[in-house]
Write a protein that binds this ligand. Sequence first.
Ligand SMILES: [Mn+2]
Length: 426
Amino acid sequence: MALRILHTSDWHLGRALYGQKRYEEFDALLDWMISTLQQQHADVLLIAGDVFDTGTPSNRAMQQYYRFLTRVSGTGCRHVVVIGGNHDSPTFLNAPRELLKVLNVHVVGAKADDVADEVIVLRDSNQQTQAIICATPYLRDRDVRSAEAGESIEDKAQKLLEGIQAHYAAVTAQAEALHAALPADEAAHVPIIAMGHLFTAGGRTTDGDGVRDLYVGSIAHVGASIFPPALDYVALGHLHVPQAVSGNEHIRYCGSPIAMGFGEALQQKSVCLIAFNQRKPELTLIDIPCFQRLRQLRGDLQRLQSDLKVLVQDNVSTWVEIIYTGDEIVPDLREQLEHCVIADHVIAEHTNAQSPVTILRIKNQRSSALLSNSDSAQQTLDDLTPKDVFEKCLDANNVASEQRPALQLAWQEILQQLHEHDTRAE
Ligand SMILES: [Mn+2]
């Protein structure tokens, strides 16, 4: 029977939305994942990075991960391959790898010193080779590039791209050597599959989807050509919108399984099922049900009130982000909107039960526009990105415009190091 692989990525276990925890949603997703593995008779599950949302996940997020992996071993799915993403702590993912190996869960959290350790041979219960996986995790700048004094940002980006390309070439060559050593009748059925967590040129993202820039300046986007032709399928993670890379149907991002932010609330999420006919991949996208409705509402007070009313009447649990764009200054905007959610619910249901609609965030664009050039006492950090805060700092200190590019670059490097610092690596 043809080998069947389920390609997933970017689970971001432990992720919250404006402080709202999402454990129940993740439980529902993981249940769905288990039943999908069973129904689709998947042999292998791939998780292409960003298993967790942070390098120091909560105990509950860890429990969800380990419990899930234990349950997979009770399905017909024989192997799980996990690589580290830019959100994961490489050493945290790697810590239980020997233990997980017993369950046929293969973990590559960080770039291996020897590329051979990134090549995983999957075998069936008769010890017949099923697939060869190049399990390359997210490659940190320092993993593939040696810094030299006096380099320009363009030099650095060029060396980084070359480093990533050389790494994929080396790992693929290793896989090809193993493949060449297989008996001919077996080799015809054994695909070579690569995994990766990176941003490819031309890739699509949506605002507010939580995709963090990978490299300083974000100019290092690799092209599809870095993946050698010997690869039968490339299972990528990092981008949260499902997509093929530059029209190559066998080089794909499966996308995140749940919406990471309100910006992608209406996007259909999916996983990729790949059935191999000899070494030829046949792809099916499997839609993931929505486990928690998210809606972004935008407009003046009247519009927002009527939209909220519709959501309340639907009586489906909904988390809402509101962007107020009206001209009128409404001092008690939050109270009015909250009241609308509760009052309409009580009228509709004749009950004091909780409203199905929860407002997680109200952005008042009217007041931010008014305040942006004056005292921004009402602006909170939630309204600003780290970049905004740094720009404000430059403004407040009257830094000359010719000095800014160098400072902005240095600041980006610091932020990058903060994100990638593996706090508990020791
Ligand atoms: Mn991600």
